[in-house]
Design a protein around this ligand. Structure first.
Ligand SMILES: *Cc1c(COP(=O)(O)O)cnc(C)c1O
Length: 389
């Protein structure tokens, strides 16, 4: 008999009752160090007092009123995102999938408005992940996500991630945009080189394409910059954001330049929940912290510390690990053993991690970790490696 929950997930037999900072607790008092952040979502840790207070305050006033009315919190969050990024304008939604979907629609609409409706194709990377709507799985293009869901949405071309020649040869008269993750997340924690990101900008300019980055996982401070693409000094036209932006409250956003958004006029897109007062209270509270003095410097410092310790670990346990890759606090340990089994062993020892791709153990610790959390994670990794060997 089918389970009451549609069986699309395969959850561990482990339930948490509460969280505090970098830790999760079960009802019977077991404590876990959370280096998953709910897949890059609870970037400021669990139950952050400032976000809790903001949500409690808003919850007693107004949850939802629809976009038929002015939402002051939305105005404030949009202005702050614009002031701190390449963007001129923001569309709010509720998830990463919707943020990418909005960007895809915007890219098509831009060329339609510019008198080129034939330009609708988007060049994407192999091993990409862009969410689970029909257009998003078509953009991701991975067989394991598309199988049985056809016909797919037309107009997505796939080229190897990081290869500029292949990307350039895929550009045709119908190409509208380039869509990539600056750091591939689900696909295996693969950072694009700065050269590649700059090459994408140059190709987009040369052929009149929009450059669209999916920063749902890599954005909102995860790599030590507000957005990962900033490391390359590149200005995109569209960026999809979600995960970390709400600190655990469902919130997504599609950021765009004035030019890219030129044809998104009244009624062309929308969302009932998108940007509601409760979500905006969460998003603004997250930004209060993320934009605070020295916060991103802290992320960079913790990332350097963790990276160095992981490099050391992997050189001492070469039967288990073959290397480390990633950017900021978006890190992957390349595994010589089954990544899933390792993840389970680490969990049994009190450290929560993720997998990515076929052979990577993924770490997405909360951005607020301190040196003591790095020490603790390294002790559990070390113990688990010794037990494994
Ligand atoms: C998680 C993710 C998505 C999808 O986000 P949802 O909130 O699950 O819809 C899209 N793109 C990237 C890069 C992601 O990591």
């Amino acid at each position: 008999m089918i389970s009451a929950i549609l069986p699309t997930y395969n959850p561990a037999d482990l339930a948490f009752e509460r969280g505090e900072g970098a830790y999760l607790f079960t009802a019977d008092g077991r404590r876990f160090l959370d280096f998953t952040s709910g897949i890059g979502v609870t970037s400021l840790g669990h139950a952050h007092p400032h976000i809790v207070a903001a949500l409690k305050d808003q919850a007693g006033k107004l949850w939802h009123c629809s976009n038929l009315y002015t939402i002051p919190g939305q105005q404030r969050l949009a202005e702050r995102l614009v002031a701190n990024s390449f963007a001129d304008t923001v569309f709010f939604c509720n998830s990463g999938a919707e943020a990418v979907e909005a960007g895809i629609k915007m890219a098509r609409r831009y060329h339609h408005g510019a008198g080129h409706p034939e330009r609708f194709r988007i060049i994407c990377a192999e091993n990409a992940f862009h969410g689970r709507t029909l257009a998003d799985i078509s953009a991701g293009g991975q067989e394991k996500h598309t199988q049985g869901f056809g016909p797919l949405v037309e107009g997505f071309d796939h080229v190897p991630f990081g290869n500029m020649n292949e990307l350039r040869s895929a550009i045709g008269a119908e190409t509208a945009a380039i869509l990539v993750e600056p750091v591939q997340g689900e696909g295996g924690i693969r950072p694009a080189s700065e050269d590649y990101l700059r090459g994408l900008r140059a190709a987009a300019d040369e052929f009149g394409l929009l450059l669209f980055f999916d920063e749902v996982q890599s954005g909102m401070g995860r790599t030590g910059r507000f957005f990962a693409h900033e490391w390359a000094g590149v200005k995109p036209d569209i960026v999809a954001v979600a995960k970390g932006i709400g600190g655990g409250f469902p919130l997504g956003a599609c950021l765009a330049s004035e030019k890219a958004a030129a044809s998104m006029d009244g009624g062309s897109h929308g969302s009932t929940y998108g940007g509601n007062p409760l979500a905006m209270a969460a998003g603004n509270a997250v930004l209060d912290i993320l934009l605070g003095d020295g916060f991103l410097d802290h992320v960079v410092a913790m990332a350097a510390l963790l990276r160095a310790r992981l490099d050391d670990l992997t050189t001492r346990h070469q039967k288990i690990f073959t290397g480390v890759r990633g950017l900021g606090l978006m890190l992957g340990l390349e595994c010589a053993v089954a990544n899933r089994d390792l993840m389970v062993k680490l969990r049994e020892n009190g450290l929560l991690t993720l997998t990515a791709g076929d052979d990577v153990l993924r770490l997405l610790p909360p951005l607020v970790i301190e040196e003591s959390h790095v020490d603790e994670a390294m002790e559990i990794l070390e113990t688990t490696c010794r037990e494994w060997e």
